[in-house]
Write a new protein. Structure first.
Length: 449
């Protein structure tokens, strides 16, 4: 059974069938929608997929965080089929459908934002969720400005490209909207030389406060938006003491704290949402966005906030034609059911314990492994040319990624300097699959370092 299989590649990739399809891709699609992996999926189960040439791959990318529950979960398939038999689409501005309501009710129960009574709206992508969160914050506060951070990724719409730090995602796309200001994210591996972690966190808090003097007065800031673990920025966790300080700054100045859990959400962090760690520490957000694994691969995203915040939004300013599609909502309801019954956060913690132990061994063993970090099973390994100099080693990451796929393991790079390999394996992976993935990964380090 594919769900229990281990990687197996016959010959050099791409195989003949995949090569022919990739050639058609090149002729029919814009090259800007880039893919470096020489395989074409035919079917997937669990953490594994088979390509059109019969090669079997272990997927440690998981659709960039979409497949926490894995490929082709039977319960999701059944729910999608059942809903498709009834109807595909009913726009919530025209005809109410119950799946939207059921899912909103579930989200309001489990999302850790401030407020006793909560409300949730749905859209289609992480970018749309983040953009709507900003609109909601502006509407509630009556303020125009938003603070984001170095290393941030929030999407590819015009507003969220502006919020995103890495401008490789925005080449030639200006002019950009006004009112977006950027502070330094607490990237402790690359903190100012000579500072302890505690001193560095205070340094980054001071840098944030400096924005109110040099960029936007606090009374004009609607929201401070950040990822609990930066994704494209290099899988950098936000230190809890820094989050507490951000919460304090927001409370002092009437600013809304927004956590972008597009990638950290849905059990990846070892909690259903990383913001649960903040709630436990008394610094939960005002607004939370989520997408990626929310519906197991069906397009859907969500914004959750208190009823007080949501009730201040002007009619007609949020939503969209496909927002909260009935089939996607049916899948998402099953994701919540499966992840709750099977304790997916515990699966994430178990995988993380095994992988982090091995990654830290590599950190001690290999000069090119500079840092290992993460929260739960959202882990990153930063590769450098030397531990002392910390020079980013993007070339090595590229070599490891391309070597691994030829052995049947999909890895993906990340980071401001393209020198981090991220871990987003489906959380349903078997112990044998995780062990095999670690074996292939280390082989590729040895062969290319």
């Amino acid at each position: 059974m594919l769900r229990e299989a281990l990687p197996k590649v016959n010959g050099t990739l791409p195989g003949p069938k995949a090569a022919a399809i990739i050639k058609r891709r090149e002729e029919s699609m814009p090259a800007a929608i880039k893919c470096i992996y020489p395989c074409v999926i035919a079917k997937g189960e669990g953490a594994m997929f088979e390509d059109v040439d019969g090669n079997v791959f272990l997927d440690w990318i998981g659709g960039v965080g979409v497949l926490n529950i894995g490929y082709s979960h039977p319960q999701l398939i059944e729910a999608v089929k059942d809903q498709a038999d009834k109807f595909f689409h009913s726009m919530m501005n025209i005809t109410t459908h119950e799946n939207y309501i059921k899912l909103a009710e579930k989200m309001n129960e489990i999302v850790p934002v401030k407020g006793d009574k909560k409300m949730t709206m749905f859209v289609n992508s992480g970018s749309e969720a983040d953009e709507n969160a900003v609109k909601i914050a502006r509407s509630y506060t009556g303020r125009p400005n938003v603070i984001v951070f170095s290393g941030a990724f929030h999407g590819r719409t015009t507003l969220t490209m502006t919020m995103t730090a890495k401008k490789a995602y925005a080449v030639g796309m200006g002019p950009f909207p006004d009112g977006i200001y950027r502070a330094e994210f607490p990237y402790l591996y690359r903190k100012p030389h000579g500072l302890t972690d505690e001193e560095a966190i205070q340094y980054y808090v001071d840098k944030l406060n400096q924005l109110f003097i040099e960029a936007s007065p606090a009374e004009h800031v609607a929201a401070i938006v950040f990822e609990p673990v930066q994704g494209e920025g290099g899988f950098i966790p936000a230190p809890i003491e820094w989050v507490k300080a951000v919460r304090e700054i927001c409370d002092k100045n009437g600013i809304l704290m927004v956590t972008d859990e597009v990638q950290t959400g849905w059990a990846r962090s070892g909690r259903m949402f990383a913001s649960e760690y903040y709630k436990e520490a008394g610094c939960e957000p005002d607004i939370m966005t989520t997408a990626k694994s929310i519906a197991g691969g069906m397009p859907l995203s969500a914004v959750t906030a208190s009823a007080e915040i949501m009730s201040n939004v002007a009619p007609g300013t949020i939503g969209g034609t496909y927002a909260g599609n009935a089939v996607s909502c049916a899948a998402a309801l099953q994701v919540i059911d499966v992840m709750t019954k099977e304790d997916y956060p515990a699966k994430a913690r178990k995988i993380a314990d095994k992988c982090m132990a091995k990654f830290n061994e590599w950190k001690d063993k290999y000069e090119v492994v500079g840092d290992v970090r993460g929260t739960g099973s959202m882990m990153g390994i930063e590769f450098v040319k030397s531990k002392a100099g910390k020079e980013p080693n993007a070339e090595l990451v590229s070599k490891i990624v391309m070597a691994a796929v030829q052995k049947g393991l999909l890895l993906e790079g990340a980071g401001t300097y393209n020198n981090v390999i991220r871990f987003l394996c489906p959380l349903c992976a078997t112990d044998a699959q995780i062990d095999k993935g670690l074996e292939i990964f280390e082989e590729c380090i040895k062969e290319n370092a």
